[in-house]
Ligand binder design. Structure first.
Ligand code: SF4
Ligand code: SF4
Length: 374
């Protein structure tokens, strides 16, 4: 997988970790090189060194998206993680496989731990946990006016994702109201986690089990369209290729994935007088080139949308946030430098929303774009 690297350097331009630290040894090309040198002989490096290398990637997939040779650096790093699961990996796995029991309570609990009891090692992680639950939510100021008839009468599944299912129920309620406005009937579907976080942490068996369960729900429902409102879930579901034996069925799976914001393209909204002044948008790493959340917000908010990130990552980074929080913080600072200090930052990814809410300057509020819909 890493042997095809032609050292063109394209990936260096997009890696947020390299951009924030200026350290080329942390960039994708260096990691691809090292994995190539290691080959199958991991004894060339100590377990500790491999674990360290496995921790130095945000798993943002930006390098993979631009590589003409199909070099999958985050995949190589995930394989290293799989080969050397240390306690951080275990923690991440526990966190993702017990979302139902842990997320809401842990997020609340993390908020209650006094700062002087938070060790340097876990402080940033606890901050991110507290951010998952967010604050009281954003004041809604975007009022739906006219819904088009384009999808009226269609039946679709809704893949809400773990954050909306377990801690941010208001996102789910708003999404259901919008689908109702569009005249779409939501079919019942007991989806599991998208498996993206587990896969990038190297837990292939668990993420495959989740993917197969999700595919099964879709097949049993008659392969309808599936609506999503989290960019990371969308990207993860779109990458289920290996779980389909029939490539035509995989293509039909991919075509069924619909971002909620794309369904709202022809809807009209009015901005209420209570609207926040300056709004910024954070573009998640896992978003498609055609970023439908941005297009929706750009159309609906016009001049109020003053800035959008493009190359900057929020620094969430899964296992990396646990293993090397200082580097994840450098990436996060880079992101805030671009965002500046607007009144509100909106995004369309649950992980970015948690990370930015946990690190926002005091006067800046952060939320999923669904929170501004009245
Ligand atoms: S973009 Fe691909 S081929 Fe080019 S340096 Fe990066 S990993 Fe190598
Ligand atoms: S996945 Fe992201 S952080 Fe990791 S090497 Fe690629 S661009 Fe850099």
């Amino acid at each position: 997988m890493s042997g095809d690297c032609i050292l063109c350097g394209k990936c260096l331009e997009v890696c947020p970790l390299l951009r924030a630290t200026g350290r080329e040894e942390l960039g994708p090309r260096a990691k691809a090189d090292l994995c190539f040198l290691l080959g199958d002989d991991e004894t060339l490096l100590s377990g500790e060194d491999v674990a360290k290398l496995a921790g130095l990637c945000l798993g943002c997939h930006r390098c993979k998206a631009v590589c003409s040779q199909g070099v999958d650096v985050p995949g190589l790093v995930a394989a290293l993680r799989l080969a050397h699961p240390d306690f951080k990996g275990w923690l991440w796995k526990t966190w993702l496989t017990h979302a139902r029991e842990l997320w809401s309570s842990t997020s609340l609990a993390a908020k209650l731990i006094p700062k002087n009891f938070q060790s340097e090692k876990f402080g940033p992680f606890l901050k991110m946990l507290a951010g998952l639950k967010g604050g009281p939510g954003l004041e809604p100021f975007l009022i739906p006016e006219i819904f088009p008839d384009t999808y009226r009468g269609e039946r679709m599944l809704l893949f809400a994702g773990c954050t909306a299912n377990y801690v941010q129920g208001r996102w789910l309620v708003t999404a259901l109201r919008l689908l109702d406005g569009l005249g779409i009937e939501v079919l019942p579907g007991d989806f599991k986690c998208c498996g993206g976080g587990l896969s990038s942490a190297g837990f292939d068996v668990e993420s495959e089990a989740m993917a197969c369960k999700n595919i099964d729900v879709w097949r049993k429902a008659g392969k309808p369209k599936m609506v999503l409102f989290c960019a990371s879930c969308l990207s993860s579901l779109g990458g289920y290729e290996n779980y389909f034996e029939d490539s035509e069925e995989f293509i039909s799976w991919q075509r069924s994935l619909m971002p909620l914001s794309a369904l709202l393209r022809e809807a009209t909204f009015v901005v209420s007088e209570k609207a926040s002044g300056k709004v910024a948008y954070h573009r998640p790493c896992h978003v498609d080139k055609a970023d439908s959340d941005y297009m929706f917000l750009h159309n609906a908010l016009g001049n109020r949308l003053i800035v959008s990130t493009s190359r900057e990552c929020c620094g969430f980074g899964g296992v990396m946030r646990l293993g090397t929080p200082a580097l994840a913080d450098a990436v996060n600072r880079d992101c805030w430098e671009k965002l500046g200090t607007p009144d509100v930052v909106l995004t369309g990814c649950s992980a970015c929303a948690a990370q930015l809410a946990a690190t926002a300057p005091n006067e800046v509020r952060v939320g999923h774009w669904l929170e501004i819909i009245a």
